[in-house]
Write a protein that binds this ligand. Sequence first.
Ligand code: NAD
Length: 433
Amino acid sequence: MRLAVIGTGYVGLVAGAGFSDFGNDVVCVDLDADRVQRLCEGEIPIHEPGLDELVRRNLDAQRLSFTTDTAAAVAGAEVVILAVGTPQGDDGSADLRYIDEAAKQVARALTGYAVIVTKSTVPVGTADRLRALIQAETTQPFSVASNPEFLKEGDAVNDFMKPVRVILGADDDRAGTALRALYAPFVRTNDRIMMMDVRSAELSKYAANAMLAVRISFMNEVALLAEVLGADIEKVRQAIGADPRIGPKFLFPGPGFGGSCFPKDIRALAHTARTAKAHLEVVEAADRANVRQKKVLGTKVRAQLGADLSGKRIAVWGLAFKPETDDIREAPALTLIADLREAGATVVGYDPVAMPNVKAHLGNAIEYAETMYDAAKGADALVLVTEWKQFRGASFKRLREAMRTPLVFDGRNIWDPAAMRELGFTYHCIGRK
Ligand code: NAD
């Protein structure tokens, strides 16, 4: 099939490369000329395991190409995938200016029938709105459909190539048939395609993210309670996760959720619900609990070192919003760094891949260390925020020698409290002593 993908961010790039790997002829478009230039040379602008190889293989096979020219990409395409950003607007709603603009550009470039699919996360009713926008710009026939994306950053290639489910929202048979054909190779073993109307598809994406966000916020609140009551959240987590009705995933307490999706998506969903006069109390509470949770590590540090952190050097391990990605959007580490700096501390950050993004965002506001142990040199405290694998098996001897004071805050409960204390650390974590 001939495809055009609009937007080459985490979603568009993975989708474009993934579809081309199944033999489709894919042209990916981005407004960012520098990004397109790098991609044409096989250089991947984001950290995503397995993506380099996938892109290069399909560039070499000439099934995948990159351009800034929407008209050239869309001319003759049977399916056009919109994968541009839908960031948070000022009032919490999704800011749809990029997807509106992309849809209009696509409309003007149509040369015949195409299915225009939103893969971006968009509020219920967006496809209907885009249909009207496109109609105003073209006389060509088209369908608008919804195919929300469920990939996880850090495991995006796997998730895309072996989806646990494919949600296809189509309000007409022609669009439904084309999309089913596009995804058939991905689901050969068993059919994980779920066909539905467009509005249900749009809502499914937000509902899935909201459910996961609620689980995390719930566990973070129970962790705070466990701490106050003298219980161990890790024992509680295992106890409740063993119940098959609950399951073990997404029950890990931590410093709050970040990333480019959960925070903005739950706010957009709550906004949609408020507009529809059908308030989502649970979702709104999950957001409030998360805003509070992102302050937890800073509060713990100040409780130990005092409200005034002037003259204190604090090392932060893990800056990306989660492991295996360089994405720092809404990362809990950024909230912690802001809190520590506000209290006067000098912050030294280390992350295996996200430091260039943090530097672009914070500049010289913090120091950057070449290695995890360099970050800890002379530190009055270490805070682990993102649970990269390399931190799990850290050499505590080296860490102990590097630090001025052996004070550790483990924001992900990856280390054993008793073992850490035996090694001479003053150890704090989330939801247990
Ligand atoms: P991103 O910000 O990484 O990338 C968006 C890209 O679109 C940018 O490179 C931008 O230059 C480009 N762009 C904007 N307008 C354009 C236009 N008119 N023409 C061509 N290119 C244009 O975004 P992302 O993280 O890939 O997310 C995209 C969408 O997918 C969002 O709606 C997001 O909520 C959703 N989503 C993201 C994830 C994720 O893990 N990142 C997962 C599922 C869904």
